[in-house]
Design a binder for this molecule. Sequence first.
Ligand code: ATP
Ligand code: MG
Length: 452
Amino acid sequence: MREKLTKDLIMLADACKEPLYLVGGSVRDYLAGTLSEKPDWDLASPMCEDDFLAAAEKIGFDVRAVYPATGTVKLKDSEGAEYEFTRFRSDTYVRGMHAPAGTEFTRDILKDAVRRDFCANAVYYDVKAGEFVDPLGGIKDIQTHTLRTVAPAKKVFGEDGLRLMRLARIAAETGFAPDKECLEGAKENALLIRDIVPERIFQELSRILHSDEKAGGKDGPYRGLSLLRETGVLKEIAPELALGDGMDQRKDFHRYDVLEHSLRCVRYSAPDIRFAALLHDVGKPYCFLRDGNFHAHPEEGARIAAEMLTRWKAPKKLIEETGELVLLHMRDFDLKMRESKVRRELVLHYPLLEKLFELKQADFSACRDDLSPAPTVVKWKEILEKMKEEGAPLTLAELAVNGKDALSSGIPPHDVGNALHLLLFDCALGMAKNERAVLLKRLTKLSEKYTK
Ligand code: ATP
Ligand code: MG
């Protein structure tokens, strides 16, 4: 493993008076053959954090934070690699709460190992000696791609609800699967996810949705979400979505129930629309229970998706964009929309079009695992191409007149945006050419209407 380590880390281990170990993700992924280019390096040692700090400062590490209560130090080296050191310790918990209620430092590596979550995350690599230390048999688990808890699973999950999310996320990123006992322990403690702050839930969920970016994460988003469903955690963090479990849909379109379809939509989606893919049909259970049908599901779904993301404290931009994509995902699904209307839609939603096409494609593929092009996307792309060939402007910036022209043509200031959009639609529909003289004339005419 030494050849994968940074020079600074090797120097640091040499400068320490006691053994310095790597542990956690970097060791696990190295042994699985999936170590990333820039891993986060988790360090552990029996030495106290002050001795460690003295060595780190001598080598020239940038100390970012020190938490004496847990013996934790965060560092960066000269090349920007990140490290987190924790002194060997053993923790006690109040049931479910993520932060330990009590911490006791120890020199015993076994005690440090059993305060962790999975045996695969409790393999140590002694940097100076160049040797692996494996107090709980984690190497075998890594070889068999197994997630086994460091102590009885009921206890491990019962102490810290975040471990329920970590289980799904690590399974998603590594391709490992929980053994039977681990799965049962997670199921029994699923309710403890209620004690975890929304920011952490969102962080872990985001990592699950992007787990296929990791070397071990093939089909990770789908596997991770399925595990959240299986353990019962999904029902707790996203009850609106879980209501779709077992909810039948029209058999002529759909092979799967509403929830399974949503998970498959994530599976078939591009990385930049994963939340929209997960939540695109979240309005269906709500509408079915209220109306007995799914008709209003894009509108209700947009509202519910925004509510969920707000609850998870997601970034504002993601909330807005996801809401809009959910709202639009069914547009022209039956291919009955007239071309003139499609042209208006294309212009109106131009900034989001690529993502909307991606979502429509994923939604289509997820109905019956059909990877052929989605008919609505084919139709809308053809019309878009035609508009481009005609030279139709697709955004206000491409219009041959601007806000200043509108004002000097007599459009009242508060109607300028409206007037320019009308011109944009006229051009999109082929009712006007995108030429300055033509559009100035139309603006003058419009101003008469506005000022009447
Ligand atoms: P990655 O770095 O790929 O995200 P990781 O397993 O290294 O995965 P970290 O959050 O970096 O995860 O944590 C480092 C190690 O600390 C873990 O491997 C595990 O041994 C331990 N650990 C982290 N969080 C917990 C937790 N909530 N409960 C128990 N042990 C934990
Ligand atoms: Mg780590």
